[in-house]
Write a protein that binds this ligand. Structure first.
Ligand code: NAP
Ligand code: ZN
Ligand code: ZN
Length: 348
């Protein structure tokens, strides 16, 4: 077994603390990665605090992993020792169902294996990237361009693909008026991508202090969502809205902003369901939808797109020892715009 060290939650109400564990020795198709950076996703907070009621402890969170390959199994064809690579939210799926065969492993009919907090096909509890190393099947490992800052790339593995995929699916581009709700980790990547794809982008935020940043990140307009009059002015004007908010909020105020036949896509996953005024959907044949991360081929496509267009996440680097403070700041929407852990700090 491979020794690993990281930070884990032992229960839903305990802070993350140092934790030692083992990972499997690499099998034929496995890649062993020494982790350099790991992004801090709001899902890590929902998960470690058991807000989705499915937590398994001890839990080492982290699914925005960047590192260097230190060993490969005998059948690995895409990676070499020393190469910089990334691992995201899932590390396995059945590979045979229609979704898997269609490169949509995130919708695997047999269920995916999450990077942490799940049992893998060998019966072991998966542990995530707030740690020194990780072992994963090469199908779930991505190559990362050396042109980009590796710390800024880490959040692309979840926040990046989770916003890229629905924006592509709903054909966001020139001539489309698109809303991004919430300017956090996912929101700022959604804003960068929608702007890069050529859409007219309106950023919705509850934080007046983020208006200038939103414009710098690519917003053509910024609406303070707490301002009812400003919200009403936007009625019936959007082709697509992507909602990245992590806490319960009123969706009706946004659904009424869509044009006829337009879609509202939820990627944020608050711990309580919304109340929907059905009139907002049926009066204009609007649809309310959702999306989760992206498939492995699309994740690689997104990483390659970012390398070509010089897109990375705006980050604040922290040592692992500051992780509990970072969680508290994320909960206050006080992050510009993703915390990334420098894993070298594990050795301190
Ligand atoms: P985050 O960095 O905390 O950003 C969330 C943003 O939502 C905040 O910055 C804030 O933006 C806004 N917000 C927070 N509380 C709010 C409230 N009560 N009312 C209105 N707006 C509020 O979180 P994240 O890492 O981007 O994750 C966002 C959500 O997506 C989480 O629920 C996470 O679990 C989920 N997620 C889903 C997927 C997927 O595959 N679907 C993948 C990753 C994460 P403003 O300050 O601009 O208002
Ligand atoms: Zn995530
Ligand atoms: Zn499958």
């Amino acid at each position: 077994m491979i020794q690993s060290h990281g930070y884990a939650a032992q229960q839903s109400n305990t802070p993350l603390a140092p934790f030692s564990f083992t990972r499997r020795d690499p099998k034929d198709r496995d890649v062993v990665i020494e982790i350099e950076y790991c992004g801090v996703c709001h899902s890590d907070i929902h998960s470690t605090r058991n807000e989705w009621h499915n937590a398994i402890y001890p839990m080492v969170p982290g699914h925005e992993v960047i590192g260097r390959v230190t060993a490969v199994g005998s059948q690995v064809s895409r990676f070499k020792v020393g190469q910089r690579v990334g691992v995201g939210v899932i590390i396995d799926s059945c590979r045979t169902c229609p979704s898997c065969r269609n490169d949509e492993e995130q919708y695997c009919e047999a269920g995916t294996t999450l990077t942490y907090g799940a049992y893998d096909r060998y019966g072991a509890l998966t542990q995530g990237g707030y740690s020194g190393n990780i072992v994963a099947d090469e199908h779930f490992v991505h190559s990362v361009s050396t042109k980009l800052d590796p710390a800024g790339v880490a959040p692309l593995l979840c926040a990046g693909i989770t916003t890229y995929s629905p924006l592509r699916h709903w054909n966001v581009g020139p001539g489309k008026r698109v809303g991004i709700v919430g300017l956090g980790g996912l929101g700022h990547m959604g804003l960068k991508f929608a702007h890069s794809f050529g859409a007219h982008v309106v950023q919705f935020t509850t934080s007046e202090s983020k208006v200038a940043d939103a414009k710098r990140l690519g917003a053509d307009e910024v609406v303070i969502s707490k301002n009812e009059a400003a919200m009403k002015k936007e009625a019936n004007s959007f082709d697509f809205i992507l909602d990245t908010v992590s806490a319960p909020h009123d969706l009706n105020a946004y659904l009424s902003l869509l044009k006829r036949d337009a879609a509202y896509c939820q990627v944020g996953l608050p711990d309580r369901p919304p109340v929907i005024n059905m009139g907002n959907l049926l009066m204009k044949r609007r649809s309310l939808s959702g999306s989760i991360i992206g498939g492995m081929a699309e994740t690689q496509e997104m990483l390659d797109y970012c390398a070509e267009h010089n897109i990375v996440s705006d980050i604040e680097i922290i040592p692992i020892q500051k992780i509990n403070e970072a969680f508290e700041r994320v909960l206050k929407a006080d992050v510009k715009y993703r915390f990334v852990i420098d894993m070298a700090s594990l050795k301190q």
